[in-house]
Design a protein. Structure first.
Length: 87
């Protein structure tokens, strides 16, 4: 009981002692129509699109490997006969 009260007191004191520079940046407080907010939104969308493209490439490569695994492989004897260096 005493420790939970101490934690609460320290949390409140820590919150009160926080400097304004530790709080959110000015872009977060700006108007949604401001150029800074619009630029930040476009940057986030660009990064999400880049991550999406990379993940699609990885997924397509995995699908390619699965499809390639399902193809029938020639028997080893036929492969060795075709590639044999000895007549």
């Amino acid at each position: 009981m005493i420790f939970s009260n101490c934690k609460s007191i320290f949390a409140v004191l820590g919150w009160l002692a926080m400097n304004a520079s530790l709080q959110a940046c000015p872009v977060c407080f700006a108007a949604p129509e401001s150029p800074e907010s619009r630029g930040m939104t476009l940057a986030i969308l660009f990064l999400l699109g880049t991550i999406g493209i990379v993940l699609c490439g990885v997924a397509s490569f995995v699908i390619y490997l699965v499809a390639r695994q399902k193809e029938p492989h020639p028997p080893a004897e036929l492969f060795m006969e075709e590639q044999s260096i000895y007549p």
